[in-house]
Write a protein that binds this ligand. Structure first.
Ligand code: FES
Length: 335
């Protein structure tokens, strides 16, 4: 046990390793590491940094002003949906615009036609869906961090280009220039795929909007966390028990223990204010009830795990998840 530093960034960067030496540009290492190089290259683009900082300065205060707005929380998905909305919505324009390509490829009537055909309907529906997807993406972008924010901005810019190309495709299609419309539609889908790849990088490589407490289970046994005398009433304390960061809080003699790493993006809850037994994350303002960890305000969509506590020999002890009880072949749970 040791008292935590209260800084999520202090965690050892598990999985981070020194860059491997590359002997040849055609070495296998180079061929399979291009995605990491791409993200690093994007992060070095000066104009992207400038644009990201400028947008952050403009949108950040707006978001903070409207943090309690239900519509804003719904754009994240949040507690109402249980996971982020943006990845689910993003399937719509991709699927609809892929449908446009299939219809175009199987269309055996090359004669120019004005107006909107079935492919045009799909294209228009995809444009509407892309608008809604962009809103949710922008909302998530405002609560992302550092490099993720810059890669996310590039992802959004690519999607904006794709949307413009698809709009031009729809316009030329309705004007009867179907060959041009098909070429623009194909270009739009290609750019969308590139943007989608970066979106996948953000989620699967960087863990953006992925629950940071999904694997929080320990300690398996009652473990000393803090001398009881060191926890005054109504003052959060950051502690660590078997590598798990925990926030302790006592109010009118009752103890609360909650995972200290915010499920949204890893902010340290012990650094946030507590009011009405609800802690507010200092990073993006998610709120969690101390009693049961439930989300009282997004952008977090996952509740914060709570831990049982007890006092033994002057120490506050905590315990994490217990192994599931073994079931014998008879189906009855063993005591
Ligand atoms: S880290 Fe984003 S709300 Fe806590």
């Amino acid at each position: 046990m040791r008292t935590g530093s209260g800084q999520a960034d202090d965690l050892p960067a598990a999985g981070q390793q020194a860059e491997p030496a590359i002997s040849s540009p055609f070495a296998t290492t180079r061929l399979v590491a291009w995605h990491g190089d791409l993200a690093a290259w994007l992060d070095r683009l000066g104009w992207l940094r400038t644009l990201s900082d400028w947008l952050t300065a403009v949108l950040g205060p707006v978001r903070e002003r409207h943090q309690d707005n239900l519509a804003l929380e719904l754009l994240h998905g949040g507690r109402w949906v249980g996971h982020p909305l943006h990845p689910a919505l993003s399937d719509l324009p991709i699927g609809l615009w892929a449908g446009v390509m299939v219809l175009d490829a199987t269309d055996r009537d090359p004669a120019p036609r004005r107006g909107i055909d079935a492919a045009g309907m799909l294209s228009a529906a995809g444009i509407l869906a892309a608008g809604a997807t962009a809103l949710t993406g922008l909302s998530d972008w405002t609560v992302s961090n550092d490099q993720d924010r810059r890669v996310g901005l590039f992802h959004g810019l690519l999607n904006t280009v794709a949307l413009g190309l698809q709009g031009a495709s729809l316009g030329t299609r309705m004007a009867g220039h179907r060959g041009t419309a098909r070429a623009l539609g194909a270009a739009s889908l290609t750019v969308t795929a590139a943007a989608g790849y970066l979106g996948g990088h953000l989620v699967f490589t960087k863990g953006v909007m992925v629950s940071r407490v999904a694997w929080a289970i320990g300690p398996r046994r009652w473990t000393r966390a803090l001398p009881e005398a060191d926890l005054p009433d109504d003052s959060p304390a950051a502690v660590e028990a078997e590598s798990r960061q925990i926030m302790l809080y006592r109010h009118r003699g009752r103890l609360y223990a909650i995972d200290n790493i915010c499920s949204h993006a890893g902010g340290l809850l012990s650094r946030g204010p507590v009011a009405d037994l609800t802690v507010t994350c200092p990073l993006h303002g998610s709120r969690f009830a101390l009693a049961d960890g439930c989300v009282r305000r997004g952008p977090a969509s996952q509740p914060q795990p709570v831990l049982p506590t007890r006092i033994r020999n002057g120490w506050i002890e905590v315990r994490g998840s217990q192994p599931a009880p073994r079931r014998p072949a008879s189906g009855r749970t063993q005591p």
